[in-house]
Design a binder for this molecule. Structure first.
Ligand code: GCO
Ligand code: MN
Ligand code: MN
Length: 411
């Protein structure tokens, strides 16, 4: 094949993406509580070892393109849209009112706001630094974000304390740092209660997001489970207002079974929000689009969430790869991520009503009888039934590849 000239490349990608088929309509996509982060679409492809490969994109473009795709909700960090120096000034009000207008114009809602407490040099020693003035500043940032959230009608606030940790051991005293971090969250919840009362609105759901590695070398709250312990530690003034925003990849990164991590959050009533993406265990935070690495695991995750009636947001917190162009972000990356999610969600519905799986679970729960005081008799009584575990896994694979609907390969 001859080289494809740059002017013809978009048309080629568009033709091949059409050839993939299976795209849902924007109307169908809007039925799901899918939320699109400003920072995900605006990610320029940069990293420690990478120069940017894409041009900056502002909120107007992101919101307009999300609307076209059928992503009905938008999420943002404070500094994704407001320069640090403009926070709390009249410029903030102007920007927030511009965002409100743009959202309205395109029929989108802002569902979640989050505070950037990791990028700026002021947070070099985390938002819970030793210096009381830095902590005062962090509290102000968190409460300012809560106010922006109310201004934009958001129902969720997310906190990712990735800088809460250390590079060298002994430099900080962990119990102090955690207490100081709790003070910041308490200030955010208090501000929320006051603003909600004043404006006749509901308070927000405050969601903690864990990541086991990066950017601190050692992280004080590295997993969703650590955060549950923190919520119930007695340090929080309003533990009922605080829950979790697990991220699929962040649990997988430390080698967890993501589904089990989510199950523990569900049991505590703390699964408030969910960041969806994909990647590999024991690697850095590659933030790949949902379903591209672990579709079978994803199917299982969604079976669990459907079974338990999870109704919170699915936040598309991934990073379009550096090899995708600015045009490709909105024409390929986001629509295909959304469509894989919806397909997996539908498959999870099929798992829930699959007669093979239903009968297998029922039989397993009925058990094989036997004498409850006799280990050998119990083992014998259940021996053949337990083969169903592997059969269930095979059936899930069949549902993933469509074999349950008659899709066949050469037999
Ligand atoms: C990551 C994190 C972030 C957070 C975001 C919200 O992957 O590095 O998930 O994307 O979700 O900062 O606070
Ligand atoms: Mn991540
Ligand atoms: Mn995330």
């Amino acid at each position: 094949m001859k080289p494809v000239p740059p002017a013809k490349q978009q048309a080629l990608v568009a033709r091949l993406s059409k050839a993939c088929g299976g795209a849902y309509s924007p109307k169908e996509r809007r039925k799901y509580f899918l939320t699109g982060p400003q920072w995900a679409a605006a990610y320029e492809g940069h990293a420690l070892f990478h120069a940017p490969t894409r041009k900056p994109v502002g909120y107007e473009d992101v919101i307009r393109e999300y609307a076209k795709i059928g992503i009905g909700h938008w999420t943002t960090h404070d500094t994704d849209v407001i320069p640090t120096d403009a926070l709390g000034t009249a410029r903030q009000e102007e920007i927030v009112s511009g965002i409100r207008k743009t959202l309205k114009k395109h029929g989108l809602e802002c569902s979640m706001v989050t505070t950037e407490t990791f990028h700026h040099a002021v947070f070099a020693a985390s938002p819970a630094a030793e210096a009381p003035e830095v902590r005062e500043y962090a509290k102000w940032r968190l409460t300012n974000t809560v106010q922006i959230g109310h201004d934009l009608g958001a129902r969720f606030a997310v906190y990712w304390p990735g800088s809460l940790g250390y590079q060298v051991q002994g430099a900080i005293e962990e119990t102090n740092t955690l207490r100081w971090y709790a003070d910041g969250l308490n200030a955010a919840c208090d501000a929320d209660i006051a603003i909600a009362r004043e404006r006749g609105r509901q308070t927000m759901k405050h969601c903690l997001e864990a990541k086991p590695f990066e950017p601190a070398a050692q992280i004080l709250l590295p997993s969703s489970d650590a955060m549950l312990a923190f919520i119930y530690s007695g340090l929080l003034k309003h533990p009922d207002m605080v829950g979790l925003n697990p991220e699929y990849l962040h649990e997988l990164m430390w080698g967890a079974a993501v589904r089990a991590a989510l199950a523990r959050a569900l049991l505590c009533g703390k699964l408030f929000h969910f960041d969806i993406n994909d990647g590999y265990p024991l690697k850095h935070d590659v933030d790949i689009g949902v379903g591209l690495v672990n579709p079978l695991d994803w199917l299982n995750v969604l079976v669990l969430l459907r079974t338990h009636g999870y109704e919170g947001p699915f936040n598309l917190d991934y990073k379009p790869p550096r090899t995708t162009s600015n045009w490709g972000v909105f024409s390929v990356s986001f629509p295909t991520a959304v469509d894989r999610f919806i397909t997996l969600w539908e498959m999870a519905g099929e798992v829930a009503v699959d007669p093979v799986i239903a009968q297998a679970y029922e039989a397993l729960k009925a058990g094989g009888g036997g004498d409850p005081r006799d280990a050998n008799s119990l083992a014998e009584a259940n021996k053949e039934l337990l083969t169903l575990h592997e059969l269930i896994a095979h059936r899930l694979f069949q549902i993933l590849v469509g074999a349950h609907r008659g899709r066949v390969f050469a037999l």
